[in-house]
Design a protein around this ligand. Structure first.
Ligand code: UN1
Length: 530
């Protein structure tokens, strides 16, 4: 890793792959990551990995895995403790770099590093648990046990919107459980990934236990890593990204009888009932919709509002959205920064015509910010950044495409309903089921919503975003395949159960067969039932 002078900007970080414990200069070219707030700022140059390099990383991971699995779990966990310490020490630098590289406001970038610290600390202590069970046997002088065993080599593929937190949700528990990992970070945040990898290196891992290979997804490093599942070098994939790519990952893993962890899209509902604290609800809706410029998988997609309070919610939401401060993410006062990449920007721009074709009403149109057309409070570079103003779409119905299709970016729909029954029905009407929220003061409405919403995560009187790291994270329907990340639940994703029988009787005891009537006890008498 070295820095190159970058004209008037901060230096460009030039990174290598990290394969088998050493930095590997690229076999082919490096790709550029430019700052989304200033396309002239070349933040990172990272290798466009070739298939042989990805394969070699997987071979090294395979070679290193068993010895790593034999290190006692509490000792493996010490590495996580050191990682947490290093993340604490470097929190500010890492957050600043991430904000420059992928464009989320500094406050949120700090939060994302904190989420990785929380994860590393949680799993450091989990290394002293990783419990199995002692189970009674039906036979004398026999003991039964369960153990968690690692799966093997895990391929991790992550997105650019949470470049520190989300990879930690995968890499930290996978390594704790005794697996080795090959990580393909997002090409929107390769420099942030390389800085995190450097902290892992300093935290101390045997060579090959964690490798990092950079590059694109389709027909590039991501796809090469998936091919190693078919080649028998990778035993599991953990993926965060689009539903479309998630389906392909699922197909490849499925034919290899491997269960991937899939964290995919969302079109998350936020319900506001007539009795809600409206100030709180509008505040929550605003943050859920426009925080991180709407580029979280947990961002709100549909604000579902009771007709009795819709006029107030509509007016307040539009007014508050208009006064959001957009601009340079390193400016502490901004509410949101740029779009992470050109692809997200283009899809977001196209959404207006989808909404118009659907017959919805565009309340706030949401446009690209240009030097000629920018809000008064805008603080970025309008010519060189991928900035946009917020969009609010009104009179949206569940039958519309705009209601169902996920769209990363600062955009949200208003959907009018009448009462709780309809609210729940509409909230369940997208194919997704990641996060959800309800604002109400009625305890019975809270209870019913929690029970009847189909979503992996549900908030009462809080945003759809902002999951804490020690609760299960994941979704239903198109949001994933039922696996969960975070907290103790993720351990099931990175281990397999082994059942162990220990017979100390000195003779062959046959389960289900070698039991005398006396040992089984008297047969139950069902005669009274007839
Ligand atoms: C994501 O967008 O992939 O719950 C993760 C949240 C964050 C994580 C989002 N803690 O909004």
């Amino acid at each position: 890793m070295e820095y190159l002078a970058n004209g008037p900007f901060r230096d460009t970080l030039v990174v290598d792959n990290w394969i088998g414990g050493s930095a590997r200069p690229p076999g082919a070219s490096r790709f550029e990551r430019r700052s989304p707030q200033n396309r002239d700022d070349l933040v990172t140059l990272a290798p466009e990995s070739q298939e042989e390099e990805v394969r070699e990383a997987c071979e090294k991971a395979r070679a290193a895995q068993q010895a790593w699995a034999r290190v006692p779990a509490p000792q493996r966990a010490q590495v996580l403790g050191r990682l947490a310490q290093l993340l604490i020490e470097k929190k500010e630098q890492l957050a600043r770099f991430a904000a420059r590289e992928m464009g989320k406001p500094l406050r949120e970038a700090r939060g994302s590093v904190q989420e990785a610290i929380d994860t590393a600390e949680f799993f450091q202590s989990e290394g002293r648990r990783l419990y199995g069970q002692t189970v009674p046997s039906e036979l004398p002088d026999k003991e039964l046990f369960t153990y968690r065993r690692p799966i093997g080599v895990v391929g991790v593929i992550t997105a650019g919107n949470f470049p520190v937190a989300v990879p930690s949700w995968k890499v930290v528990p996978a390594l704790l459980c005794g697996n080795s990992v090959v990580w393909k970070p997002s090409d929107d945040a390769p420099g942030t990934a390389a800085l995190v990898a450097e902290l892992w290196r300093r935290a101390g891992l045997p060579p090959g236990v964690l490798s990092v290979v950079h590059g694109g997804g389709g027909n590039a490093a991501g796809e090469y890593l998936l091919r190693q599942v078919d080649a028998g070098l990778v035993d599991k994939i953990s993926f965060t990204g689009s539903t479309e790519v998630g389906r392909k990952v699922g197909e490849i893993c499925g034919r290899n009888l491997s269960i991937p962890s899939l964290e995919l899209g969302g079109k998350n509902p936020l319900v506001i009932l007539a009795d809600a604290d409206l100030q709180l609800a509008v505040e929550g809706a605003l943050w859920a919709s426009f925080g991180t410029a709407g580029q979280r998988c947990t961002s709100a997609g549909n604000i579902i509002v009771d007709r009795r309070v819709m006029p107030t919610v509509r007016e307040q939401l539009v007014q508050r959205a208009r006064s959001l401060r957009i601009g340079d993410p390193l400016d502490e006062s901004v509410d949101y920064g740029p779009m992470i990449n050109q692809r997200f920007l283009e899809k977001w721009l196209e959404q207006v015509s989808v909404a118009r074709d659907d017959g919805a009403e565009i309340l706030l149109d949401g446009r690209r910010i240009t030097p000629d057309e920018k809000p008064a409070s805008f603080s970025g570079d309008a010519a060189l950044g991928l900035y946009v103003t917020p969009r609010i779409i009104d009179r949206v119905k569940p039958s519309m495409r705009v209601f169902r299709e996920e769209c990363f970016g600062p955009t949200v729909n208003l959907v009018e309903i009448d009462g709780l029954d309809q609210a729940i029905q509409v909230a369940n009407a997208t194919p997704y089921g990641l996060s959800s929220a309800i604002y109400t003061r009625d305890a019975r409405a809270m209870l019913r919503f929690k029970e009847e919403i189909s979503a992996g995560m549900t908030s009462v009187n809080n945003s759809t975003t902002g999951a804490e790291t020690h609760l299960p994270f994941g979704g239903n329907g198109w949001s994933g395949n039922g696996t969960r990340e975070s907290g103790i639940w993720v351990i099931d994703a990175y281990t397999r159960w082994q059942a162990v029988n220990v017979d100390l009787s000195g003779k062959l005891q046959k389960a289900q067969i070698d039991l005398t009537d006396a040992e089984l006890g008297p047969a139950p008498d069902f005669s009274s039932l007839t």
